[in-house]
Design a protein around this ligand. Sequence first.
Ligand SMILES: O=C(O)CCC(=O)C(=O)O
Ligand SMILES: [Fe+2]
Length: 298
Amino acid sequence: MRTLDSLTLGSKWGSTLAGKKIGGGETQGLQYNSITPRFGVELGVDKPLLALDDEEVGALVQLAAERGVVVARDQDMTPQQQADFAHRLGSPLTTPVNKGKLPEELLLIQANEKSKGVAGNGWHSDVSSAVKPPGLSMLRMDIVPDAGGDTLFADMRQVFESLSPAMQNFLQTLHARHEPRGHYLYLSGAKRLDELPSVEHPVVRSHPLTGDKAIYVNDGFVAKIVELSGSESRALLNMLYDLVAYAVNFQCRVRWQPNTVVFWDNRVVQHHAAFDYWPERRRGYRATIEGEAPILLQ
Ligand SMILES: O=C(O)CCC(=O)C(=O)O
Ligand SMILES: [Fe+2]
């Protein structure tokens, strides 16, 4: 177990990503274990999320920025409590299709014996076609299959770091057009494609809290790299998507239990929901927190 205070301290000097050791400091009460040395952490069970004070919520946001994925087990909460918690993280996106069954801040993620596919069964970053795409997503499961149904996460900073300096420099000159075909409001039938924005974002973005650079193109939303020809764009995107899919050293995988909550920072993380459990049931609720227009700081 390590304590969170060191991370808050560490953030003053930027990210801990480049293999630097995280230093010590005073305790803020939250503890975690690493899932992999640099990517993904699991919080200790001593303090429920709903009991965190504002400073601890800030530390949680910082932890997600630094380590990409934060898992919290045994979080018994109602959908309304999850929606209320989401407001403590920032401005949650809303969905008009819940029709009073769920708070508008929550997106229902579910599969059963009738499902032919599931949301998120492919590498993506949530709603990247938005002008201000989400920072944090917060997913809580209440029904999980006996086995399977894991979510895989990829650290897009380590993917960027793994490239040659020449490729890193080239990618930092490029922008990608993101289209809403993976948008939750399109997939849920709430909006037509032409009612949702398409946007251009830099292919490499900097995290506003850590300064870390991460590749920000994903198979779920990106149509084309604007500066390149169609065939050049396809070749480059396929190269990057292959890196994400094959790069097991830059991934972590979360096994869900009922009442597991996972936070991930979409600025630096892609994820993929495994659909290997049909015909069993799986159900969760996602709150998605608005971020900022992606920028690249040199
Ligand atoms: O069901 C999951 O594990 C993740 C689904 C997904 O992509 C999401 O909630 O953003
Ligand atoms: Fe997703």
